[in-house]
Write a protein that binds this ligand. Structure first.
Ligand SMILES: O=C(O)CCC(=O)C(=O)O
Length: 331
């Protein structure tokens, strides 16, 4: 039962990926049986951290559709990525809180998954658990540097501040202003089993409305953006595929794990993997690179992981407050 429920959560591990992976270069390899576009499909430059100084309002630019995203080379050094991985492996060995699914896990647990886990409890017990969840995340956020030996919390906050057009950048508080959302989560995807089926942030916002209801009181989550840092590349597969297909209100899928068919508002179907008019841009970030993009309305997926090495990323989402004065990021 729990497994069934976990299947429904937003991370959408599992599903029926059909793509075949390629190892390099970063953007433009063509593999048989699918239409892979070149980098011109989206306004999505490959840049350095220094280049990002030329984009002081990049977050709002993505939010308003002026640009689609950035692949930022070497956002973290290899040494820092390794430190994070080493500590994550400690957590993996010792924590009994990780989702026990064959496809992988997130750490800390994302809120949607946590609510599902606690959904069998009485309303009162659930409220207590949710309070504990947000308080624990606050400790996680505040202790991150001590526990992991790299101050990515500060690093990411400062980086987003430099792209925020003068807005304040913060992590939203939990229910009743108690505790915090995690500022980012680790995503561990197992070889052969792990993938993230085709999705976009707006699909989750609509499908998991209940889980977004609290966040929606503060954050304009429609057209939220995504960010992640590659910590460990798989040997093969695991590319981020961006489809030339955008969100329209009323679109849906038969289930969150569906990996090809998207149902249009009029009931017709689009098959992202097999329709001839659908192309995709496959991005292959290297260790330490950050991808920051308009994941709210660009349908995308993480291709199935091949080989023997798990794919490990670290990331979350960001968007603006309704008054446009604050940028929130969370996971
Ligand atoms: O963490 C990742 O690798 C992918 C993230 C993603 O698909 C998203 O943020 O929507």
């Amino acid at each position: 039962m729990i497994k069934e429920l976990l299947k429904k959560i937003s991370i959408a591990f599992g599903g029926s990926a059909m793509a075949t992976g390629n190892s390099s270069p970063e953007q433009t390899t063509v593999s048989s049986g699918e239409k892979e576009a070149d980098g011109s499909l989206y306004d999505f430059p490959v840049v350095t951290l220094a280049d990002m100084k030329n984009h002081p309002d990049a977050i709002n630019d993505m939010y308003t559709g002026k640009t689609d995203g950035f692949l930022i080379k070497n956002f973290l050094s290899t040494e820092d990525a390794d430190k994070l991985l080493e500590q994550l492996m400690e957590v993996k060995k010792t924590s009994n809180e990780l989702a026990n699914v064959p496809e992988g896990f997130t750490y800390p647990t994302v809120f949607a998954e946590y609510s599902i886990r606690t959904s069998k409890l009485s309303a009162e017990e659930q409220a207590g658990e949710i309070k504990k969840y947000f308080l624990k995340n606050e400790v996680f956020n505040n202790q991150f540097n001590n526990q992991f030996g790299v101050d990515t919390h500060k690093f990411i906050t400062d980086f987003f501040s430099s792209l925020a057009g003068g807005r304040t950048v913060e992590v939203p508080s939990g229910n009743d202003d108690v505790g915090k959302y995690p500022f980012a989560t680790f995503r561990y995807l197992m070889p052969e089993k792990g993938l993230m089926s085709v999705h976009c942030g707006n699909y989750f916002g609509q499908t998991f409305e209940k889980f977004y209801s609290h966040l929606n009181t503060k954050v304009a989550t429609k057209d939220q953006m995504s960010f992640f840092i590659m910590l460990q590349e798989p040997e093969e597969g695991g590319e981020l595929s961006l489809f030339n297909f955008r969100w329209r209100d009323g679109q849906t899928k038969v289930s969150s794990v569906e990996d090809n068919e998207v149902i249009q508002p009029d009931g017709s179907k689009v098959y992202v993997q097999t329709d001839t008019q659908i192309r995709k841009n496959k991005l292959r970030p290297k260790k330490g690179d950050m991808i920051l993009f308009q994941g709210g309305n660009i349908w995308h997926r993480v291709e199935r992981i091949k080989g023997t090495i798990p794919r490990i990323t670290y990331g979350g989402f960001l968007s603006l407050s309704y008054d446009g004065k604050t940028i929130y990021f969370w996971s």
